[in-house]
Design a protein around this ligand. Structure first.
Ligand code: FMN
Length: 252
């Protein structure tokens, strides 16, 4: 199985909790025999969809715009057996970079509409579109936060969506005193990757282990509030750090 992961976090790989979870999932998939590749959307030029439908009317599945989406990313996406769409949760949904990426996959669809079971959609232009795994992390301590993202993913990909890996309390995953619990969560993410490749699905036990609480929710909220208070006190009277130009999206 050829797995291509698309990580849309703007953070560097040492800081990104999306990356932490994604690499555990891919490690499990590799243990089960899959080949994996990770593409970081922050390193690519992805322009907004123009809504011109030239990809349907004139270009037969090719976007008019010349950028990394036309050149490389869409090809990688379509050639994968399984694509992992890994985004941090922003405002209860995928972040804007992932949304731009997905909007630019419209060339893979046909203009015609089909109607099945009360739902209208566009058929895929390609014979074998990739299966999809949605992966996300959020800072708040409940998986309730992923409801809108999950609905969005199910509506977008239907039966092609084969798994959803959603992990709450993301910013606590690197807190030293919580490591015994964190290790169990991360082991479950590795297990999830292996199970998906071997069995085509993730067992309820693994999903349960993957979403377990690291500590009572009230404790986590108190820790978060203490953290931000202390950080704000440290920053008082200091100017913000200079903006890292590499992290600023210059292309949209
Ligand atoms: C603009 C923005 C919006 C966010 N929205 C949410 C949210 O709706 N719910 C939540 O629990 N966390 C939210 N977060 C927190 C991130 O999901 C969390 O910090 C996550 O670990 C970021 O992933 P990353 O480390 O891979 O970049 C938000 C963070 C940012 C910067």
């Amino acid at each position: 199985m050829n797995i291509v992961a698309f990580n849309s976090s703007p953070r560097d790989n040492q800081t990104s909790k999306t990356e932490l979870l994604l690499q555990k999932f891919l490690a499990g998939a590799r243990q089960a025999g899959a080949a994996t590749e990770t593409l970081y959307l922050r390193e690519y030029r992805i322009k907004y969809c123009l809504g011109c439908f030239a990809c349907w009317l004139h270009n037969k599945g090719q976007c008019l715009q010349q950028d990394d989406m036309t050149g490389e990313l869409l090809t990688h996406f379509l050639e994968a057996d399984l694509a992992v769409l890994a985004s941090p949760l922003y405002h209860f949904n995928m972040n804007a970079r992932m949304k731009s990426f997905l909007e630019r996959t419209s060339p893979m669809l046909e203009p015609s509409s089909t109607h099945n079971g009360g739902r209208t959609g566009h058929p895929f232009r390609v014979a074998r579109p990739p299966q999809i795994v949605a992966l996300s992390v959020c800072a708040f301590p409940e998986n309730y936060n992923f409801q809108a993202l999950s609905l969005n993913m199910r509506m977008l990909f239907g039966t092609n969506l084969v798994a959803e890996i959603y992990r709450h309390s993301s910013e606590f995953l690197t807190i030293p005193e919580l490591q015994p619990q964190v290790e169990k969560v991360l082991a479950a993410v590795v297990q999830a990757g292996a199970e998906l490749v071997r069995q085509g699905k993730i067992s309820p036990d693994t999903m349960h282990a993957l979403t377990r609480d690291l500590a009572p929710q009230e404790t986590l909220i108190q820790m978060a509030n203490n953290y931000w208070r202390e950080e704000m006190e440290k920053e008082e009277g200091h100017s913000p750090p200079p903006v890292d130009d590499d992290l600023v999206d210059k292309y949209v």
